[in-house]
Ligand binder design. Structure first.
Ligand code: SF4
Length: 305
């Protein structure tokens, strides 16, 4: 069996930044206690568990604004997925201290959407309904509508004003192009504000580069992680490979890998290297190769890491 470690892997800059911000504040005795977090800091169970063990109270299962109703004092953490201004304002009104771990790429997408709203655009947002990032964006204005499936386009009203298609940061960049082409048939002047982050994009490109070269692709990621789920989708639909997604080694143990000769492993942007390494360690020993997305692609990309 040959194992191909598809890189880049490891935590993206947004996840690392969020963890650093929170850890620094946890170490600061002046940080007001108790410390609450609205949802998961990043979508990885191990990371969230570690923060919970350090004393952070993690609230989940409701919208950010509803979760805030459960907090009366102390400090609140906004996760890497970002929050709406309404949530921010409510936290201030409640007298809470704020730790803002929003990823800069998410902040940038909020800024761009706001600019277009100010110019009078209606915004269609290509994203996952009920995902925290989408929730944060929808809070910017009622003039934003979520779209995801092709059939959503059928239910959109006729509209001849200024209109733009913005995107969640962790979507498939190829699907964004396809969806934009489709929606152009309904709104010929719709502008594309594609905000897929570079950490997401280069992992997808690295998977596409493996097209036709693997018998099996393993995506290591938390089931809640959108960029991990999309990596699986890219492996299946864009690279046409048999693809499975596992959260950890225990998950992988339920699969029989004996029939596969060339197995590729990739991981979501919130999957710690240690989890992938543990899996590679336990796979039947054979050749281990590391394949990086081509330098050409990185050089052409203008979004930076
Ligand atoms: S995946 Fe992209 S948007 Fe999400 S935290 Fe990482 S860099 Fe930020």
């Amino acid at each position: 069996m040959e194992i191909i470690k598809i890189t880049p892997q490891g935590l993206c800059k947004g996840v690392l930044n969020a963890i650093n911000i929170v850890n620094k504040k946890l170490d600061d005795p002046n940080t007001k206690r108790p410390i609450y977090m609205l949802g998961s800091l990043v979508h990885n169970r191990n990371i969230v568990q570690a923060l919970s063990e350090k004393g952070i109270i993690i609230l989940d299962g409701k919208t950010r604004i509803e979760l805030l109703n459960e907090i009366d004092s102390g400090t609140v953490i906004f996760t890497a997925h970002g929050v709406s201004d309404e949530v921010r304002q409510k936290a201030v009104e409640k007298g809470l201290d704020i730790i803002d771990a929003t990823c800069r790429d998410v902040e940038k997408s909020h800024r761009i959407i706001q600019e277009y709203l100010n110019k009078g655009y209606l915004i269609l947002y290509y994203g996952i309904k009920n995902h925290p990032e989408t929730e944060g964006v929808l809070g910017i204005s009622p003039n934003i509508k979520v779209v995801k499936e092709d059939e959503d386009i059928l239910h959109l009203p006729e509209y001849s004003g200024k209109i733009a298609l913005a995107t969640q940061t962790t979507m498939s960049f190829l699907e964004v192009i396809r969806f934009h082409q489709l929606i152009l048939k309904k709104y010929p002047k719709i502008e594309l504000l594609e905000e897929v982050c570079n950490s997401t994009r280069i992992r997808q490109q690295a998977v596409i580069n493996q097209k036709g070269k693997l018998d099996l692709l393993i995506v290591v990621g938390d089931p809640k992680s959108n960029n991990s789920r999309i990596l699986k989708e890219v492996g299946e639909k864009k690279a046409g490979m048999k693809t499975i997604m596992v959260e950890n080694l225990e998950d992988l143990n339920s699969y029989d890998l004996s029939g596969f000769k060339r197995i590729g492993i990739t991981a979501g942007a919130s999957t710690p290297n240690a989890i992938v390494n543990e899996i590679i360690e336990k796979l039947p020993k054979g050749n281990l190769k590391t394949e990086l997305v081509s330098n050409d692609y990185l050089l052409k990309s203008n979004k930076g890491f």
